[in-house]
Design a protein around this ligand. Structure first.
Ligand SMILES: Nc1ncnc2c1ncn2[C@@H]1O[C@H](COP(=O)(O)OP(=O)(O)O)[C@@H](O)[C@H]1O
Ligand SMILES: [Mg+2]
Length: 357
């Protein structure tokens, strides 16, 4: 609660309030320098906060040293001991804690990652992917109920990274662990978490379920940071039955909300925009010309130059497209009032509001 940490003039964490329940899988999502590692250091006790209180299971632990917090902390790029076999590596944590059954625990966790047959191999005899699996197994086997993982998958190639995401999640569930997993990869955060902490320059921008973060981003930064988003600066010019009307580049868009502000930014995800060939009437349709089309894993992406001097990125599930739309076609883009998010125009300007630091 209220955690602040400074390194000379840099404030790495500012008034962080975060409550994590037992058994939750929480990811901390932020770009480089956001304060993710510092946060793990403070939870684990490696670093002391300048102010604020840390509780574990209801107990104030500010003055409890790391080794008495019963937390496993795995730093970024941690490696296996090269001179120990796989099983010795995995049993290392439970062993130093004096757990009699270290060997059995280690075997069980190795089974979870499907590598029990390699128990007697040395790390150098295994592929990079297997080594990483074993490193994760070692983290899981320590016997601590709270596990802190600093970018555990960032050193892996794309396919393995995706595979191990689900394994991590599954292991945590089977062993009933509480996990704080730091990452800069939003897809990773979206796919494994019960909850995501979006951290930016030492400040929590949102702490919520992946669904809420995607569907109801609390501010412009979060809406841009997670998933893709179209942004338009606008001015409220009137109202109708369903809400207010916002002018964007000379075109009126009905936003489906009553607003009490004048200068706004409206945003809408590419998959929530409609697109048809040709010209449609008014009522939240804006015409434009298709600048490029690209196919990406089952989806079509259209970049449209709208006639109000704005651009739109439109995403459609390709089999659902009834007609072919090609470059240079004139199209109409539909802004569904229910899908439009509206934010107050940021005092610091739109560009600054979207910057990661
Ligand atoms: N030991 C340190 N001394 C000085 N500055 C630090 C130290 N550790 C981290 N910082 C600064 O604190 C900020 C947050 O760092 P860090 O927690 O490592 O971010 P992340 O893990 O999100 O990349 C950065 O600006 C970083 O330069
Ligand atoms: Mg870090």
């Amino acid at each position: 609660m209220g955690i602040t940490k400074r390194f000379r003039e840099i404030t790495a964490l500012r008034e962080i309030d975060l409550q994590i329940s037992n058994g939750e899988y929480v990811t901390v999502l932020g770009s480089t320098g956001a304060g993710k590692t510092t946060l793990l250091h403070i939870i684990s006790g490696i670093l002391k906060p300048d102010s604020g209180k840390i509780y574990i299971e209801g107990k104030l632990v500010n003055d409890i040293p790391p080794e008495e917090r019963y937390i496993s902390y795995f730093p970024q790029n941690y490696a296996l001991f090269p001179h120990m076999t796989v099983i010795e590596n995995v049993a290392y944590g439970p062993n130093i804690r004096g757990v009699d059954e270290a060997h059995n625990i280690a075997l069980k966790v190795l089974e979870l990652v499907g590598l029990e047959k390699r128990a007697d191999s040395y790390p150098r005899e295994l592929s990079g992917g297997m080594q990483q699996r074993i490193a994760l197994a070692r983290a899981m086997a320590t016997g601590s109920k709270l596990l802190l993982l600093d970018e555990p998958l960032s050193a892996l190639d794309a396919i393995l990274r995706i595979e191990l995401r689900y394994e991590l999640r599954k292991m945590a569930e089977e062993l009933n662990l509480t996990v704080v997993h730091v990452t800069h990869d939003q897809a990773e955060a979206m796919s494994v978490s019960d909850k995501i902490v979006v951290l930016r320059s030492g400040v929590i921008e949102q702490f919520d379920t992946p669904f809420e973060i995607y569907e109801k981003p609390q501010n412009i930064f979060v809406s841009n940071f997670v998933g893709e988003m179209n942004f338009y600066e606008g001015i409220v010019i009137g109202e109708n039955e369903i809400g207010n009307i916002v002018e964007v580049g000379g075109k009126s868009i009905s936003v489906g909300k009553k607003l009490d502000i004048q200068d706004v930014v409206i945003s809408i995800r590419p998959e929530n925009l409609g697109i048809v060939k040709g010209r449609k009437g008014d009522g939240n349709w804006i015409q434009g010309t298709v600048r490029w089309v690209s196919l990406s894993s089952g989806f079509l992406l259209f970049n449209v130059d709208l006639f109000n001097d704005r651009e739109a990125l439109v995403k459609r599930f390709s089999p659902s497209m009834k007609e072919e739309i090609s470059v240079n076609d004139v199209v109409s883009v539909y802004f569904d009032p229910d899908k439009i998010l509206v934010y107050p125009y940021p005092r610091e300007g739109l560009h600054k509001a979207l910057e990661v630091s």
